[in-house]
Write a protein that binds this ligand. Structure first.
Ligand code: C2O
Ligand code: CU
Ligand code: CU
Length: 496
């Protein structure tokens, strides 16, 4: 646990405006794509899949600082097995997993398996473990048979260092394959994975130190990558279906996704399949969230841009200078976000195939029973005794030795998550996923399971969680990971 230092807070207040404005120029320069260069290392990355064999997924995963190709340049990043993003792990429900984790970083770290339903203790999805520099740890767990197919991911989760390590590049996919992949239309679709990351780099590809970043807003990089590439190309089978499986592995950046002339057909949310595809023209993907969409190749066979449209996620105002609201920092950031769409990837039509229709039925979702308990969690920032400015849940900053919430195994609870602040917060719960009930009193348009849900400023979101299978201490937090590191996390004890 690293406390917020005075120095960090001081820097927050002084450097942000200038940096925010300066960043935009760098983005423009670095985002100008160079597709010849792109395809080479993408091909390399896509080969790096580690799958379970005969019911066992066993691998070594080494975290280290390395020079890697990133977009049009080389960068010095934090890597898993020398790659950014890390290798894609694939397993099936019921498989055993053994990960020999080696920490060759200069800081302590650990692993979290975001989206997997695992014991939060022992050698499982234990975010309280600390793997010190040069140390090893073997994670060992079974993927529950009830874990459904979908996109999950792994990333570091040592409180106080999460944002720094994730924004350095540490993230990888953890895919569960099951019946979803067997739905005929989905099986016939062309599958692509998109790991969205952003990096705050200087011109030589070195990570800029966090004291030069607007941590209160949540750091956003000046280089945006998809699978470590800047604006890579993907091919779309003409008349066919393209299945894009996307994770927002950025520390704080929101992606407001849109594909030129093509609607998205959303088939899965976080790690879980929907009942029917839902047609959407834009999808806002906040940090930690995953989506799966199908795209129909029924337009003119040419190239189309996948972009992130401007989105305003709120601002801190003159935070750190003792004044709130309407400050320069806010305006600086809006300049970046409202300056037009950011290109993420190019979709090129290719070889026509026999026409493929969308699936009509996916997977049934049974609604959870009425909750035994209802709780409220209010999200905001403010002063915390002994800490200074912090990010708070119910007025408290995270304290490692206190349990903020206790629940009982085999019960269902309804949580009312209320954002009383001036910035949006994506709220994430470990260990058990939840169903989304309503937003500002309006019932959710379709049944869905999630593990991360955006609560915009001024909103109240109701979610319903079943506590199943595992006891022990776990956490819930804002997935803007700077907010999490600055206190917006609580520990959750699941009692038998
Ligand atoms: Cu991906 Cu606790 O988070
Ligand atoms: Cu998580
Ligand atoms: Cu937040």
């Amino acid at each position: 646990m690293k406390p917020i230092t005075r120095r960090k807070l001081f820097l927050l207040g002084t450097s942000t405006t200038i940096l925010a404005l300066g960043t935009h120029q760098v983005i423009k320069k670095l985002q100008s794509s160079n597709n010849n260069f792109s395809n080479k290392s993408y091909a390399l990355n896509s080969q790096n899949i580690i799958s379970s064999q005969n019911g066992l997924l066993e691998t070594t995963l080494e975290a280290s600082y390395q020079e890697v190709p990133l977009g049009n340049q080389n960068a010095y990043l934090l890597t898993y097995n020398g790659q950014v993003p890390g290798p894609r792990l694939e397993a099936k429900p019921g498989d055993k997993v053994r990960i020999h984790f080696v920490n060759n970083l200069s800081q302590s770290t650990n692993l979290h398996y975001h989206g997997l339903h695992l014991p939060p203790t022992g050698k499982g999805d234990n975010v309280f473990l600390e793997v010190k520099p040069k140390e090893k740890f073997t994670y060992e767990f079974d993927i529950p048979t009830k874990q459904t197919g979908g996109i999950n991911w792994y990333h570091p989760h040592l409180h106080g260092l999460v944002a720094e390590q994730l924004s350095g590049g540490l993230a990888g996919l953890f895919i569960i394959r099951d019946q979803l992949d067997e739905i005929p239309e989905i099986k016939a679709a062309k599958e692509e994975f998109l790991v969205l990351q952003d990096f705050f780099l200087d011109e030589n590809g070195n990570l800029l130190p966090s004291n030069q970043m607007p941590l209160m807003m949540g750091r956003e990089g000046n280089v945006i990558t998809v699978n470590g590439e800047v604006n890579p190309s993907f091919s779309m089978p003409e008349n066919g279906l393209l299945r894009l499986r996307i994770v927002n592995a950025s520390t704080s950046r929101f992606y407001n996704l849109s594909l030129e002339d093509h609607p998205f057909y959303l088939i899965a949310n976080d790690g879980t399949t929907l009942e029917q595809p839902i047609e959407l023209s834009e999808i806002l993907l906040t940090p930690g969230e995953r989506i799966e969409v199908l795209i129909k190749g029924d337009k003119n066979p040419q190239s189309y841009q996948l972009v992130s449209l401007p989105y305003n996620r709120g601002s801190m105002g003159m935070m750190g200078r003792g004044r709130m609201g309407g400050g320069m920092m806010g305006r600086g950031r809006d300049n970046i976000e409202n300056n037009g769409p950011i290109p993420l990837a190019t979709i090129n039509y290719e070889n026509s195939v026999s026409p493929l229709n969308l699936p009509t039925e996916l997977m049934p979702i049974s609604p959870l029973p009425k909750p035994q308990t209802t709780r409220q969690f209010s999200l905001n920032h403010g002063m915390s005794p002994g800490v200074g400015m912090a990010f708070l849940i119910n007025g408290e900053a995270y304290q490692p030795n206190t349990v903020q919430t206790q629940v009982k195994l085999n019960t269902v609870e309804e949580w009312e998550v209320i954002n009383t602040g001036v910035m949006d917060h994506p709220f994430h719960v470990h260990t058990n996923k939840f169903q989304v009930i309503s937003r500002n009193g309006v019932p959710n348009a379709y049944p869905t399971w999630k593990d991360t849900i955006l609560v915009r400023r001024g909103e109240t979101v109701r979610i319903r969680i079943p506590f199943e299978d595992f006891t022990g201490k776990t956490v819930y937090h804002c997935h803007i990971l700077d907010h999490e590191d600055l206190g917006m996390m609580g520990s959750l004890l699941i009692n038998s």
